[in-house]
Structures are given as structure tokens and as C-alpha cells.
Design a protein around this ligand. Structure first.
Ligand SMILES: [Zn+2]
Length: 418
């Protein structure tokens, strides 16, 4: 098998392990599969052609030589496993962060060093490059997203006495009640969009735990699974729509080889698109108002978190000071050591832009679909498969937005790497 086929096999193997870990609660060892991905990436030499497939393979291999490096894998695995730190169950977030801080600083430093060896100015530069994004353009876009939502979000935080620790519970309470059986509620959306054929390849696992969701692609397009937590709130329903967006993208992917994998920004955008479609087609005016307030708080929080991440990537030794500086305009910070317990710094670095870019993509897509097919959600489904899902990674996010014609969102113009 060549690099491409071998990499796809390992990629899906890793997804299967993650599913076993998250959904079945068995502890799994990711190190062997990541080591084998590292081995593949380190011997890969590009063909030098400029086809989209060769460029994707080069980007996968370049990022792989950093993300799957044995030291990076090892630190990431440790940081994902609280039991490695002997922290009491009842420990505060600050205590957890303080225990993990040295490992996280080391992880950030080594990722930067490996990225520099690959010819990039930093790991942030490499990560954005591999996503097809321009670092400076993304920063400008994120600052604008933060600035336009911070005042409103801050008022909500004040009024509801929110803290980072209570953030998600507060927003869930605020959103109000939802159906008890979210997979069944989400299947109503599938029916409206006429996507039953793809949905047959998706299975749901419900675990009784805090609101939460993840989609796993064990075999693309034939075996996609969604894990969701407890039901009964509007927030939990929105999470289910979100995960359905990820899953439909994988289950409707008609591409081959590495085009079955994804750039995380594109993947997140597809999930946020489905949230917005569900909002338009299924939610009441009252529910949509609640969601808008939640979205404003979340945009402000995620943009703040990502701007902090860019800063701490440059000065990892100053995590606590930078965390307070960036977060205090939004929410009070008691113990800045909490910065080191956030898995978006360790397990999913430079991932958060996907939610922010996705939100713009989602609103533009819903406007486009409502204009183009006003009374026919079935046509929305057909359009999504043809233009967004079927091409897989052969189509960049920017390519997909071309299909929106005049509805292509101008505010994203600067974020894509040309
Ligand atoms: Zn997602």
C-alpha cells in the first residue's frame, strides 16, 4: 500500500480507538497508531505535482511529522488523562491546571520547535497553513468576532453571575427545556432534508453524562457514529444537530483516499451549518432568541480563547498572566492556572477558528438555501450533498463557498490562504 491508502487506514483506526475510549469508557492506548502515522509521514516525500491531492498529502504529512511525533503524542496522551497526575476527584480547576502546566508548556515548546524545523515561523503558522488559512487574516477575523460580541456577552455574564466553571451549565439553564430523546428529534431534521439514505450509515450512542457530543468516522462513508450526553434541554438538542452535521458530511462523502479525511475548520463548519439549518426549519421564534444569546456568549468566549492561544503559543511561560489579560474583559478569573486544563491547548490546538468561521458559513448558507429553495427543504438536502459533502477534502472550504454565489460571505475573504 502506498502512503495515501496506508494513512487513511491508520486515520480510521485512530477514530475507532477514540470511539472505544469516549463511548465505551475503555482506556485505549493511542501511542502505537500515532507512532505508525509518524513513521508514514516521516518517510513521505511529495511527488512535487500541484494537484489538490498532492497538496493535501503534503499538508497531512507535514502536520503529521509534528502532531504524531512520539514526544508530542506522549505529552498529549498524558494531558488527556487526569489519572496521570494523581489529582483528587474534588480538586478545583486551578489545581488541575497547576498540575498539568509544566507538561503543557513543554508540549507547546516542542511543537514550535518541530514546526520551525519544517520551515514555519511557529506551530500556529504551520497549523493555519495546513488548514488552508492565513494566520494574520484569521487573527483579524477573530478580533472582529470578539469585538462585536464582547459587550453583549459581558452583560449576560454579569447578569447571570457566570464564571468559566459554571459557563456551560448556565447557558444550558438559560436555553430552557428540550426533548428527552434527541436522536429521534434529530431524525425529524434528516427526514425534512431527505437525507435518510446517508443517515442509515449513522448510529447514535447516548450516554448519561453532562451535555456533550462527538462524531466518529470509523469507516468513511459506511460507519459513522454519534455520541451524545444527557437530553432534556434545548442546548442538548442543538448539540445533536451539530454532531449530525459532522456525521452527514462523512456519511455522504463520495471521494476516495485522503479526500475522505478533513480539515478541521471545514468539518466544524459543516456541523455549524446543520445547527443553523435546524434553527431555521425546526425551532420556534422563542427558541431562536435563546439560541442567539447563547451564540453571542459562545462567540465571545471562543474568540477570546483563541486569541489567548495565539498569544500563549508565542510566550508559553507566561500562560497565567496572558490568560487573565485576555479573559478578564469577559468573565472574572479566580485562578489563572485553569489555562492549562483546557484540552483545546493540548489535544485540539488551533481548532477553535472552525466554530467562528463555521458560524459565518452557516448563516450565509441558510440565507442562500432559503432564497434558492424557499419551500423545499428536500432540495436543501440535495444541494448540501452535491456541493458540501460529496467532494470531501477535494473541495476546500473556500471552494464550497463559491457555490453560494452572491451569498458568499465577504467577511471571510481574508482568512483563506491563496
Ligand atoms: Zn463539532
Amino acid at each position: 500500500m502506498g502512503f495515501e491508502a496506508e494513512y487513511l487506514t491508520r486515520f480510521q483506526e485512530r477514530q475507532t480507538l477514540l470511539f472505544v475510549d469516549y463511548a465505551q469508557g475503555e482506556s485505549v492506548d493511542l501511542l502505537p497508531v500515532e507512532a505508525s502515522m509518524y513513521g508514514l509521514c516521516s518517510v513521505y516525500r511529495g511527488e512535487g505535482s500541484r494537484s489538490r491531492r498532492d497538496r493535501v498529502l503534503a499538508s497531512v504529512a507535514t502536520r503529521g511529522r509534528v502532531d504524531w511525533h512520539p514526544i508530542v503524542s506522549d505529552l498529549r496522551m498524558r494531558l488527556g488523562d487526569r489519572s496521570a497526575y494523581a489529582i483528587p476527584d474534588a480538586a478545583s480547576w486551578g489545581t488541575v491546571g497547576a498540575a498539568m502546566e509544566n507538561d503543557l508548556v513543554e508540549l507547546i515548546e516542542i511543537r514550535n520547535r518541530l514546526a520551525i524545523e519544517e520551515g514555519f515561523a511557529s506551530y500556529a503558522h504551520l497549523a493555519m497553513w495546513a488548514e488552508g488559512l492565513d494566520l494574520d487574516g484569521v487573527k483579524r477575523f477573530v478580533v472582529a468576532a470578539r469585538d462585536s460580541t464582547l459587550p453583549g456577552a459581558h452583560r449576560t455574564v454579569d447578569r447571570e453571575h457566570m464564571t468559566l466553571e459554571t459557563w456551560f451549565d448556565d447557558l444550558e439553564r438559560f436555553g430552557g427545556p428540550g426533548p428527552d430523546d434527541v436522536p429521534t428529534a434529530a431524525s425529524e431534521l434528516v427526514r425534512l432534508l431527505g437525507l435518510g439514505e446517508a443517515a442509515d450509515r449513522i448510529s447514535w450512542v447516548v450516554r448519561d453524562q453532562p451535555i456533550y457530543g462527538v462524531a466518529f468516522a470509523l469507516e468513511i462513508p459506511d460507519d459513522v457514529r454519534i455520541l451524545v450526553g444527557r437530553s432534556g434541554s434545548l442546548s442538548a438538542l442543538v448539540v445533536a444537530y451539530h454532531e449530525l452535521g459532522h456525521a452527514l458530511g462523512h456519511a455522504s462523502n463520495r471521494a476516495t483516499g485522503v479526500f475522505r479525511t478533513w480539515e478541521t475548520t471545514t468539518d466544524e463548519s459543516m456541523a455549524v451549518v446543520m445547527e443553523a439549518i435546524a434553527g431555521r426549519l425546526l425551532l420556534t421564534d422563542d427558541e431562536r432568541e435563546h439560541i442567539a444569546v447563547i451564540e453571542q456568549c459562545e462567540t465571545a468566549r471562543i474568540a477570546t480563547s483563541l486569541l489567548f492561544e495565539f498569544a500563549v503559543n508565542e510566550r508559553p511561560g507566561e500562560g497565567r498572566t496572558l490568560f487573565t489579560e485576555w479573559h478578564e474583559p469577559l468573565v472574572p478569573i479566580d485562578d489563572p492556572a485553569v489555562w492549562a486544563r483546557d484540552t483545546f491547548r493540548s489535544i485540539d490546538p488551533f481548532y477553535l477558528q472552525g466554530y467562528l468561521i463555521g458560524s459565518v458559513v452557516a448563516h450565509a448558507t441558510v440565507e442562500f438555501l432559503s432564497d434558492r429553495f424557499p419551500d423545499d427543504p428536500n432540495e436543501w438536502g440535495v444541494w448540501l450533498v452535491e456541493n458540501y459533502y460529496a467532494p470531501g477534502r477535494a473541495a476546500t472550504l473556500s471552494d464550497r463557498l463559491d457555490a453560494l454565489g452572491d451569498h458568499r460571505p465577504r467577511e471571510l475573504d481574508g482568512v483563506f490562504r491563496l
